[in-house]
Design a protein around this ligand. Structure first.
Ligand SMILES: *Cc1c(COP(=O)(O)O)cnc(C)c1O
Length: 349
């Protein structure tokens, strides 16, 4: 049992027992019957069987022990809490990671994703492919006291940072892993049992705990991750083929395309592609015109869902051109999505 879809479909499910449900529901209790010694479950902030089922499934994909958190940011917060000195973050990665490190008054050094990640000390939290720029960093070359990689865009099917030398992998499971736009969730995985224990203790003390319902919905969504990624990547490739030759588009990025500057490194370390690409139109008005003309592409932040969406990242303060769109290819029929994107681009004045 090692194929992507088999792990996604079967991961975290208990062995068969006559009369037990094939699809167990979420355990919603905050309190559990006590005994001496304490049973594994005793209070909902410390542990929950529905979390553990999903942690088993994600851990098997990441190749480590998974600790679930209430959100991707809660997971990043838990990683930053491991720092006992300087912290290195990407200058072009997810903006709230930098904001949180500032809030915590950490001693932060910023390095661009395409910069030099060797010879670093302290906690290093890299992100590849970076959000929103989609630059790619060779994970095996990163050095640091403790190396963590934000794997949100790739998902554990797209990339296995722990196998490439990282100590920790962190992700927002709000995106493709859950995949239906109805859950906020995150996780950290590691092969080091001491780090896993520190992360669990941080979760219990900080209270950054996921809801059982969210964990259950994410586990249900995970079953189709392989299928969804396949269609999303197929759709992204087809959308890139439209945008790269369209006169309204001045730039585009998708590491899966041979002409993308990150493709060579991406091919070396990534296992497969996903649906996240960027393209740039003249300005914010051009993006508005594109979105108004499209019937399938929602104007929405976040990515990795079954519905295609587009987000103008300059809106959120990312240091990118005003007309840059982060496009998340969904699971629509490829022909329909291509026709819609082409028509919407044609409508840009
Ligand atoms: C969305 C995102 C996060 C934050 O995750 P939430 O689940 O929204 O808290 C962190 N890193 C990356 C790369 C993201 O895209």
């Amino acid at each position: 049992m090692s194929g992507d879809s088999t792990l996604c479909v079967h991961g975290g499910h208990p062995p068969p027992r006559p009369g037990a449900p094939l699809h167990p529901g979420p355990v919603l209790s905050s309190t559990f019957h006590l005994a001496d010694p304490l049973p594994e479950d005793f209070y909902g902030r410390a542990g929950n069987p529905t979390w553990r089922a999903l942690e088993d499934a994600i851990g098997a994909l990441d190749g480590g022990e998974c600790v679930l958190f209430a959100s991707g940011m809660a997971a990043i917060g838990a990683v930053l809490a491991l720092a006992d000195g300087p912290v290195v973050l990407p200058s072009d990665g997810y903006y709230l990671a930098r904001a949180l490190a500032r809030d915590l008054r950490l001693d932060v050094r910023e390095v661009p994703t395409t910069g030099d990640w060797t010879g670093l000390t302290g906690l290093v939290l890299a992100e590849t492919p970076s959000n929103p720029g989609l630059d790619v960093l060779d994970i095996a070359t990163i050095t640091g006291g403790l190396v963590a990689v934000d794997n949100t865009t790739a998902t554990p099917l797209g990339q296995r940072p722990l196998q490439l030398g990282a100590d920790l992998v962190v992700a927002s499971d709000t995106k493709a892993l859950s995949g239906h736009g109805d859950v906020v969730l995150g996780h950290v995985s590691t092969r080091d049992p001491d780090l896993a224990e520190r992360l669990r203790t941080w979760r219990t003390h900080s209270g950054a705990v996921p809801g059982a319902m969210e964990a259950w919905l994410a586990h249900r969504g995970l079953a189709t991750l392989d299928l969804r990624l396949s269609r999303q990547a197929e759709n992204a490739a087809a959308v890139v083929d439209v945008v790269k030759d369209h006169s309204a588009v001045t730039a585009w990025r998708w590491p899966g395309h041979p002409d993308d500057p990150a493709h060579a490194v991406a091919v070396e370390q990534m296992r497969r592609w996903n649906g996240v690409l960027t393209f740039t139109l003249a300005d914010a008005d051009a993006v508005e015109a594109f979105l108004a003309a499209s019937r399938l592409v929602a104007s929405a932040t976040s990515f990795g869902g079954v519905r295609s969406s587009a987000d103008r990242r300059a809106r959120w303060g990312d240091a990118v051109p005003e007309g840059q769109v982060r496009f998340s290819a969904g699971c629509e029929d490829t022909d329909d999505l291509v026709a819609d994107v082409r028509a919407a681009l044609d409508a840009v004045p």
